[in-house]
Write a new protein. Structure first.
Length: 260
């Protein structure tokens, strides 16, 4: 019920932009025989309240369900034919020469370790994770413009020489779907097929948890504030160790294998 109420009634064929008790009863089949006061009491028991909206909403995408359905179908294809079909989640991230401030162990009553660094320098990473193996493919660049994005997709494709099709689910950043990128893939007769995630819905992209893992293990309180080349090399080595994939990685980012 909470999943349905999180979405717009428009997604369920109703000519309304917000929910009310009759529309809830109309959409959820097992409520069809209940009275409106009964549904109201049920919502209270389920701790579902009628709250004032916010200026910013989570994923106001009218195609939310359709996009996730297309992604789910592609994942099922990859699961049923792993030699021919590959499915990846992709994302980009910016890290800094200055360390992130986080928790650290210190004697009780003492101050935490100071996160220090020199001038602020940034670096971008693009990465993909394979839903079948947990293998992570990543590449660092000063920036990812349309040319670098096209090169990254070609770099990813080289890792799967035997695959017939490579599905990549990614967010709606304009660079991903720029004409230069699509023309580049078409000119190379690329096997890559890009699938759009719902807009403003980072929770639908498991790769976000890879960035959390990177931040937790390397970027928080790191001692490389004045040794920028060493930090870049360390991050490259960190991703190299994730290249082979593991069940542990799949578990950590919520990508356990689908059940038969």
């Amino acid at each position: 019920m909470q999943e349905i109420l999180h979405h717009s009634p428009l997604l369920y064929g109703l000519l309304r932009s917000n929910w009310h008790l009759p529309s809830v009863r109309q959409v959820i089949p097992w409520l069809a025989t209940m009275s409106l006061p009964g549904i109201c009491k049920l919502l209270k028991r389920l701790h579902v309240c009628y709250k004032r909206g916010r200026a910013h909403v989570h994923s106001p995408d009218a195609l939310y369900d359709q996009k996730l359905a297309a992604i789910s179908n592609a994942r099922m294809l990859a699961h049923s034919a792993p030699e021919e079909v590959v499915f990846l989640y992709e994302d980009e991230y910016t890290f800094f020469s200055r360390p992130l401030v986080g928790r650290c162990y210190q004697p009780r009553g003492g101050k935490g370790t100071k996160a220090t660094g020199a001038e602020l320098v940034t670096r971008r990473i693009a990465g993909c994770v394979d839903v079948a193996s947990g293998a992570v493919i990543a590449r660092q660049r000063d920036r990812f413009n349309v040319k670098e994005m096209a090169r990254f997709f070609s770099y990813v494709e080289k890792h799967y020489p035997e695959a017939d099709v490579i599905y990549i689910a990614l967010d709606n950043w304009p660079v991903h779907f720029h004409g230069y990128v699509s023309d580049h893939l078409a000119a190379r007769h690329s096997r890559i097929r890009l699938l759009r995630l719902p807009t403003y819905a980072p929770w639908t992209n498991p790769f976000e948890k890879v960035w959390l893992k990177l931040s937790r293990e390397l970027l928080t309180q790191h001692p490389y504030g004045t040794r920028w080349p060493d930090l870049k090399a360390l991050i490259t080595r960190w991703f190299d160790e994730l290249r082979e994939g593991s069940a542990e990685m799949l578990h950590e980012i919520g990508l356990l294998p689908l059940e038969d």
